[in-house]
Design a protein around this ligand. Structure first.
Ligand code: HEC
Length: 162
């Protein structure tokens, strides 16, 4: 699960307060104020440099390797219904078509959408533009396959979370 918070390390707060308290037991007020200031700068610095939640957002959510959100589950169902596995393998490992585990490490989402909808001329990769189910579930299909390619979805057969 990705952290969708603001990046501020709230779990650091109690530790931080205890250390100020300990500091006052042993040292002067000025020294402790200086330490407090330094820790605050560090905490906020980390918050500021934390990756933003929108950049690098994953299109899928997975727990325990194969329990996924409804969109990703729909992607798996589309994969099965369109029988992509006939050519790309039941575990996306590749058969007559290339391994999509490998392909999606480099293929952009745009290239994926283009390939699936238009096909690749003079290859067995046909256009799916006439397949309403695939076209309607393109994002879902991508989410599922991206999760597999990232290694986040560890089993090709997925089920609903919770
Ligand atoms: C009849 C066999 C066949 C079926 C069915 C098929 N593919 Fe393919 N697919 C191929 C072949 C062969 C290629 C390689 C084309 C080439 O040489 O550029 C390919 C290429 C691709 C690529 C590009 C890979 C890359 O590295 O450039 C993607 C993505 C892809 N297929 C997704 C799918 C999806 C999703 C489905 C199901 C909706 C599907 N394919 C169904 C045979 C198939």
């Amino acid at each position: 699960m990705t952290n969708r918070g603001d990046g501020f390390r709230w779990e650091a707060v109690p530790v931080f307060l205890v250390s100020i308290y300990r500091c006052h037991m042993k040292h002067s007020k000025t020294l402790c104020s200086a330490l407090l200031f330094a820790s605050a700068v560090t905490a906020f610095g980390q918050a500021a440099s934390a990756p933003s939640s929108s950049a690098g957002e994953k299109p899928y959510t997975v727990v325990d390797g194969n329990k996924v959100d409804p969109n990703t589950l729909q992607g798996f169902k589309t994969w099965r219904a369109a029988a992509c596995d006939r050519c790309h393998g039941a575990n996306q490992e590749g058969l007559v078509g290339p391994s999509l585990i490998n392909s999606l490490k480099t293929l952009s989402k745009d290239e994926f959408v283009q390939t699936v909808s238009k096909g690749r001329p003079n290859t067995q990769m046909v256009a799916f533009s006439g397949n309403a189910e695939v076209m309607k579930n393109m994002d879902q299909l991508y989410a599922y396959l991206k999760g597999r390619s990232d290694g986040a979805i560890t089993k090709s057969r997925v089920e609903a979370m919770q």
